[in-house]
Design a protein around this ligand. Structure first.
Ligand code: AMP
Length: 464
């Protein structure tokens, strides 16, 4: 995939700063007028926490070790300084000879195709006023042809998943000698996916003088060791949020189910409530995702499945359907959902539990984005008690137990009290919060028209 941004306006004509007014918000950050204009276009006035703390040291050339949760605005915190670097080089009058392969100046590594595409979109958004900006993505699962073409031309920013990038480097089609900024986005996830040697190989291909910006939910264990290998000794550590943070914008609930049928009944109820703008339903396996999507489609939901077993074209199509609101429900597995940034996802529903506690945090982070409220509901059977306990220990928070009137469980709730000094609230019946009370958050903005924009119908565009 290859995109080239247009030079929409002359990037030199910055609005003059008002006299005597101390700059605040983004205006206080020394970015090029072209970037300020793109931020204004996007409607962003105030930097998020991670942006306020990471952009300035990144602009000063520091290496960064940033732990920041998903949905925090971390993408702009590395894309903006990277684009500023591109603009600085241009202002220095650097010329590139035709016919010579220079490779990118900025390389962003992401664990998944979806996240790569998301970062590329953000780069296009923030770089829309940068004259002739060249952004390319190199990800697996798509034909080599267009990627090879993109890499032959001049390139500013390359966003890639490690495996496919290495294919191109090894075949001699891509050089990384001119990379000045290397970004590792969701480094913990890349390591989980077994990319550690690939990352080392890629880093070896890039000059040691580079700036390295490393983003990860955690820097514990291997990811911390990799950070000390890749980052300079004076790298700045920025811890904006951690997995133990309370998710201010996300309300969490736990429903105990007696069995799979009960779980399905709970899901059916949840999906028919008016508060659902768009819902992301997680399953543990690809098979379950397909099965559940089929079942929900039969019930009349505008739904599709998304998982790593689907061809890339189909995955893009499904994501497009979600963004354009053709889909109201997406049934996904963990890996496939990693890069989803759709602010209208009002509900995340864990129909199947994740394999790892930290995936729970990534899952619920798909809602409550861009300042909106979200609800994350976990449906669990007795056999899931161990994982619920691990999730609660990992986040050091208990997930409040709730019930739905008429769908209360008959079995006794397993104990999920962790050893981290917290107690889970209530259980079956006693102390549990009934679900049919008014949710804490209002109807999401841009909510459905009266009568519902989502007519329950089988979505022909998404049928298999
Ligand atoms: P990220 O964590 O980078 O995936 O960003 C999460 C969401 O926040 C995306 O939808 C961004 O477009 C949005 N966003 C990023 N920066 C800001 C900002 N300063 N103000 C408002 N929204 C933002």
């Amino acid at each position: 995939m290859f995109t080239e941004t247009q030079n929409l306006q002359d990037h030199q004509d910055a609005a003059p700063a008002p006299i005597n007014a101390a700059p605040s918000g983004f205006a206080a950050i020394a970015l090029h007028a072209a970037l300020h204009r793109a931020l204004a276009d996007a409607g962003y006035t105030t930097p998020t926490d991670v942006q306020a703390r990471a952009i300035t040291p990144a602009l000063a050339g520091r290496d960064l070790r940033v732990s920041s949760s998903t949905g925090s605005g971390k993408t702009a915190s590395f894309v903006l300084p990277a684009l500023q670097g591109v603009l600085d080089v241009r202002a220095g009058g650097e010329r590139r000879e035709r016919g010579t392969v220079y490779g990118p100046r900025v390389l962003v590594l992401t664990p998944t195709r979806e996240l790569a595409i998301q970062v590329a979109k953000a780069t296009d958004t923030y770089g829309r006023h940068v004259q002739g900006l060249r952004v390319a993505t190199v990800v697996g699962g798509v034909p080599y042809g267009a990627q090879l073409k993109a890499m032959r031309g001049p390139l500013d920013v390359l966003i890639a998943t490690p495996g496919r990038l290495i294919d191109h480097v090894k075949s001699g089609k891509l050089v990384l000698d001119n990379v000045v900024t290397l970004v590792l986005d969701e480094a913990d996830r890349m390591l989980d996916m077994g990319f550690i040697d690939d990352i080392r190989f890629i880093a070896e291909c890039i000059p040691k003088t580079r700036q390295t910006l490393m983003y990860s939910a955690t820097f514990a264990g291997n990811v911390g060791r990799l950070a000390s290998e890749l980052l300079k000794a004076d790298a700045q550590t920025i811890a904006v949020t951690s997995h133990t943070d309370t998710h201010e914008y996300i309300e969490q609930r736990l429903h105990w189910a007696d069995d799979n049928r009960h779980k399905q009944a709970l899901l059916d109820h949840l999906l028919t409530t008016r508060e659902v703008d768009q819902a992301l339903v997680f399953t543990s396996t690809q098979r379950d995702a397909d099965w559940l999507a089929d079942r929900l489609a039969d019930m009349g939901h505008a739904v599709a499945s998304l998982h790593g077993g689907l061809p890339q074209g189909r995955r893009n199509h499904v994501l497009q359907g979600l963004r354009s609101r053709k889909l109201r429900v997406l049934v996904a597995t963990d890996v496939a959902a990693r890069g989803i940034d759709v602010p209208t996802i009002s509900h995340v529903i864990n129909f199947g539990l994740p394999m790892k506690a930290e995936d729970y945090v990534h899952r619920i982070g798909r809602t409550g984005r861009a300042g909106r409220q979200g609800l994350a509901v976990t449906l669990a059977e007795a056999g899931d008690a161990g994982m619920i306990r691990r999730i609660q220990q990992f986040t050091t928070q208990s997930i409040p137990v709730a019930t739905i009137v008429g769908l209360e469980p008959k079995k006794t709730a397993p104990r999920t009290t962790g050893s981290a000094g917290f107690r889970s609230e209530g259980g079956f019946g006693g102390g549990a919060r009934p679900f049919d009370r008014k949710p804490r958050f209002g109807a999401p903005s841009g909510a459905r028209k009266p009568g519902g924009a989502f007519k329950p119908k089988r979505p022909s565009a998404f049928s298999k």
